[in-house]
Design a binder for this molecule. Structure first.
Ligand code: NI
Length: 198
């Protein structure tokens, strides 16, 4: 049997393999447990989340589902509060390559310094972006998915993201930093959006 003959025999097999792989990947996408995200001004976003007592499989599963939801949205951070789970868990990926996932359980702001103004957005406030002043640098202590204590020293966008997500766990949405007039306008705009999509 020569090589050409062999390749001809193999071609339909590869086509089928390709098709099987396609079916598998599309069903995985279909069954990805994307979590519904609460929208401002949903009163549940005001809930103060409770500390995680034990980092177990249920917390790791929550973090994984949150990360998938964040990447799919797409967003650079998501707090458990936003998916109506009131536990102190956040996921962040502020990298341009989207491969630097951070899972922070029971995050605590230990230090903050400096100031920066950054245009922020939020998956709970779709389509709204506005400038918020935050600390330039923060030091945050947290538990990783293995339950180990870690510390992160961050500045720039990552520092903004950490402050924004930790605030969600305390029941606060970034638009609450804006004037009351702006908040009223945002509520009206989101209510209109909700009527259109309903
Ligand atoms: Ni947010």
């Amino acid at each position: 049997m020569d090589i050409t003959h062999n390749a001809q025999n193999i071609a339909p097999f590869f086509k089928m393999l390709q098709w099987i792989l396609h079916v598998i990947t599309s069903s995985i996408k279909l069954f990805m447990p994307l979590l519904p995200i609460l929208r401002f001004p949903d009163p549940r976003l005001k809930t103060v989340a409770s500390p995680v007592e034990k980092v177990d499989d249920s917390i790791r599963r929550l973090a994984r589902d949150m990360a998938e939801t964040m990447y799919e949205a797409p967003g650079i951070g998501l707090a458990a509060t936003q998916v109506d789970v009131h536990k102190r868990v956040i996921v962040i990926d502020a990298s341009e390559t989207r491969d630097q996932l951070l899972v922070l359980i029971n995050p605590e702001l230990l230090e903050r310094s400096g100031a920066q103004v950054c245009e922020e957005g939020c998956l709970s406030v779709p389509g709204i972006y506005d400038k918020v002043e935050r600390s330039e640098r923060v030091v945050v202590r947290y538990l990783d998915p293995a339950g180990k204590t870690q510390t992160i020293d961050a500045n720039g966008v990552l520092a903004v993201c950490l402050q924004h997500e930790i605030e969600h766990l305390d029941g606060k949405v970034f638009v609450e930093h804006l004037s009351l007039l702006k908040q009223m306008r945002i509520k009206a705009k989101l209510a209109k959006q909700a009527r259109i999509t309903a």
